[in-house]
Design a protein around this ligand. Structure first.
Ligand code: ZN
Length: 98
């Protein structure tokens, strides 16, 4: 009886792990893009991000604390007022999870 419960728990654990794995591979939803300018070195770059997810930065409301791809200094960037269309906008420098 106890063995049966143990197997049941193990099967559920495996199912959860597989679910989480497949979800991780499905990242590629609606990507947002912001055109940002570093206040330290004035370099311009694009920042791609997924709304609601933040793996590479701290979230500060509509702003994020990001590292400049050029001078590697950290600054607060406003993502709301700098949003551009990822389909038509393309900069040479681009950072972000995708
Ligand atoms: Zn910079």
């Amino acid at each position: 009886m106890y063995i049966g419960i143990g197997i049941g728990v193990a099967v559920i654990l495996v199912a959860v792990v597989l679910m989480l794995r497949s979800r991780k591979g499905m990242v590629g939803g609606p990507v947002m893009l912001s055109h940002l300018k570093c206040p330290k070195c004035n370099v311009e770059f694009d920042y791609a991000y997924l709304p609601g997810a933040s793996f590479t930065s701290l979230r500060l409301g509509g702003s994020r604390f990001l590292q400049c791809p050029d001078c590697h200094k950290w600054s607060v960037f406003n993502l709301i007022g700098t949003r551009v269309d990822p389909k038509t906008h393309h900069c040479e420098k681009r950072i972000g999870p995708s």
